[in-house]
Design a protein around this ligand. Structure first.
Ligand code: AMP
Length: 187
């Protein structure tokens, strides 16, 4: 089963525009028979998405550092819950388990995770698909900034050379031509 790693918000306080999209993504991953790999928490878009995937009969893998279990909750909907010692191990495991990546709206944590898979792709460490789910224009300012980076030659590739920018969960999954992952994080 291809595994889709989703990075997304852990906040419960965000606009009500976003949870339905996370829910639809979780459901769609389940319907397509993919495994959802995510940060393992019960909060924010993470929790909404994992519950939806689980309720739709999907296979859910959560990866959470032990220190964050209190803060982000325990994902009872995860069929497999991997508890790591460190944040780095969490990110490494999520990366290794993923055949493709989807980025939903999120905060610093989501951006950190996204930038890592983006920069590793830019450097040729992997060639797995990345979809940015630009819900309601959430990522417009970041995408404009990426374009400025390219125009100023700070970045070689346009963001669209490295990732698919889409607006719906269906489009995100349609664009992810998933093949099994082989490589781990570079050391
Ligand atoms: P946020 O987008 O800030 O709500 O965070 C989304 C998820 O990213 C949460 O589960 C955070 O614990 C996680 N996260 C935050 N920082 C990091 C990091 N440096 N490495 C891996 N995951 C992180």
């Amino acid at each position: 089963m291809p595994s889709i790693c989703v990075y997304c918000s852990s906040s419960n306080a965000i606009s009500e525009v976003y949870p339905p999209v996370a829910e639809a993504l979780g459901r769609e991953i389940a319907h397509r028979g993919h495994t959802l790999v995510y940060g393992g928490g019960a909060v924010g878009l993470m929790g909404v998405m994992a519950r939806a995937a689980h309720e739709a009969g999907g296979n859910v893998t959560g990866v959470i550092p032990s220190k964050l279990q209190d803060r982000e909750g325990i994902a009872y909907e995860a069929d497999e819950l991997l508890v790591t010692e460190t944040m780095r191990e969490r990110k490494k495991l999520m990366y290794e388990r993923a055949d493709a990546f989807v980025v939903l709206p999120g905060g610093y944590g989501t951006l950190e995770e996204f930038m890592e898979v983006l920069t590793l792709k830019q450097l040729g460490y992997h060639d797995r698909p990345i979809a940015i789910l630009n819900v309601d224009g959430f990522y417009d300012t970041l995408l404009d900034f990426f374009e400025e980076l390219r125009e100023g030659y700070f970045a070689r590739e346009a963001i669209t050379d490295l990732a698919h920018v889409v607006t719906t969960p269906e489009a995100a999954l349609n664009r992810l031509d998933v093949v099994p992952a082989e490589d781990g994080l570079p050391s």
